[in-house]
Design a binder for this molecule. Structure first.
Ligand code: HEC
Ligand code: HEC
Length: 382
């Protein structure tokens, strides 16, 4: 007997649907574990894997997720910002499909792109330039030979290769704004650095752990084995739980917590806030003195006349800078402030944040432990 193909497909389809429905209905109650997280976009890791070998790909990816996002990434609606962990990556990069676009290069597709980068003349030139002295901030001599090694190098030494158009202003794309996160300010361990790379590889391969070569890449790059002795997870000063970002700004949250959750630290150096000592994309926030100065500047007065801004007091200026960053761009900087803080911060949070920022000036900056020199020219650090 010959049954036509469409009918066979239809029957198979209905059967599958029935199985799925039964599974959803009965599965959990019958004690059957769900096979995968349900959400639209999901992260490569779905279950805790605490018992696995700490150097296994699976475990590295899980640790990487924790460092990058501050915890397990829940299924999320498309076009949402993701929580930012100590690695800070999602403040600047799109790592998972569906994440709201950021201003900097996506890390999706990184594996393929890395292979191309190391073939570029620009890469070879920089490698030659730093062959003797090493890159000034990290001392690393660029020498990636594979895509995986390039990824490791990018995280340890952001300025070893700076993607065109993304360097700090006036450095001709020789200095990256990306923080060096294994340096003291953040202080991640080698183990955590490998874990970050493992996570990026897994996310890029949509969870295919056979594509996670980070441990091998690290060993090839640094010429030594990663051993049980390296397995070390550092403690964050005070990482808040990566709660739903729309809830940020709860009454009990301190300005420091808000700065951390909103990732202001990724772009701004903020005196007295330990986590915010590396940001260089925006100005150092010293608004106790700067706010009044900005308002009086000819550039601001011009924007005022054009009706783009309307602050007349320092506090209004700070709140306006956060809620309406397009109105006035601090001279010498890019228009890079996120535009959506008004959707994320409650009025109370904004008020506390503004009051706090208005207590900080250059004096508070000096009282801090010495931050890295703002414009580190190669020669200064030789
Ligand atoms: C403050 C913003 C910022 C943060 C935080 C940040 N990056 Fe970057 N990153 C950049 C910028 C800007 C570039 C492009 C310039 C360059 O090549 O350094 C870049 C480049 C890269 C590259 C090379 C991209 C390419 O196409 O060659 C990789 C890989 C990378 N980042 C990974 C990470 C990872 C992983 C993290 C978290 C541990 C991270 N970044 C955190 C800003 C950031
Ligand atoms: C992606 C990078 C980025 C993030 C994240 C960011 N900013 Fe900014 N911010 C900038 C840049 C660049 C400027 C300067 C250009 C401009 O005026 O828009 C700036 C300007 C400012 C100013 C004006 C400063 C001055 O000296 O006049 C304030 C205030 C400010 N940001 C506060 C914040 C706060 C608070 C947060 C977190 C809630 C934050 N920013 C997050 C990039 C960022």
């Amino acid at each position: 007997m010959k049954i036509s193909r469409p009918i066979v497909h239809l029957i198979l389809g209905l059967l599958l649907l029935l199985v799925l429905v039964l599974f959803r209905e009965l599965g959990p109650r019958a004690g059957v574990k769900k096979p995968a997280p349900p959400g639209a976009a999901s992260a490569p890791v779905s279950k805790p894997v605490e018992n696995a070998d700490p150097l296994s790909a699976k475990r590295l990816v899980a640790v990487g997720e924790r460092v990058i996002f501050g915890g397990h990434v829940p299924a999320f609606e498309p076009n949402l910002d993701l929580p930012v962990g100590r690695g800070q990556c999602p403040a600047c990069h799109v790592i998972l499909e569906g994440q709201r676009p950021t201003r900097f290069p996506k890390l999706i597709g990184m594996t393929a792109r890395s292979g191309e980068r190391i073939q570029e003349e620009r890469y070879k030139k920089t490698a030659l330039k730093y062959a003797e002295t090493g890159e000034p901030k990290t001392g690393i001599r660029p020498h990636a030979r594979t895509a995986g090694e390039y990824l490791i190098e990018s995280i340890y030494c952001p300025s070893c290769y700076v993607v065109e158009g993304f360097g700090l202003q006036e450095t001709e794309d020789t200095v990256s704004p990306m923080p060096v996160i294994n340096r003291p300010e953040v202080g991640l361990s080698d183990y955590e650095m490998v874990a970050i790379a493992a996570y990026v590889q897994a996310a890029d391969a949509r969870g295919d752990l056979s594509k996670v070569t980070a441990k091998q890449d690290w060993e090839n790059y640094f010429g030594r084995k990663l051993t049980a002795g390296d397995v070390m997870e550092t403690k964050a000063p005070s990482v808040p739980s990566p709660a739903d970002l729309s809830k940020v700004g709860l009454a009990e949250e301190t300005p420091e917590v808000i700065i951390e959750k909103m990732a202001c630290f990724a772009c701004h150096t903020i005196p007295t806030v330990p986590i915010a000592q590396v940001g260089k994309i925006g100005p150092v926030l010293t608004l106790k003195t700067a706010a009044a100065r900005r308002i009086q500047s000819p550039e601001y007065q011009k924007a005022l006349k054009e009706g783009k801004v309307r602050a007349t007091t320092p506090k209004e200026y700070v709140i306006e800078s956060i809620l309406n960053p397009d109105g006035f761009i601090v001279p010498g900087f890019d228009n890079a402030m996120p535009k959506n803080f008004k959707e994320k911060l409650t009025y109370g949070a904004l008020d506390r944040l503004a009051d706090f920022l208005l207590t900080l000036d250059e004096e508070s900056a000096r009282k801090n432990e010495p931050p890295p020199p703002p414009s580190s020219k190669a020669r200064d650090e030789d």
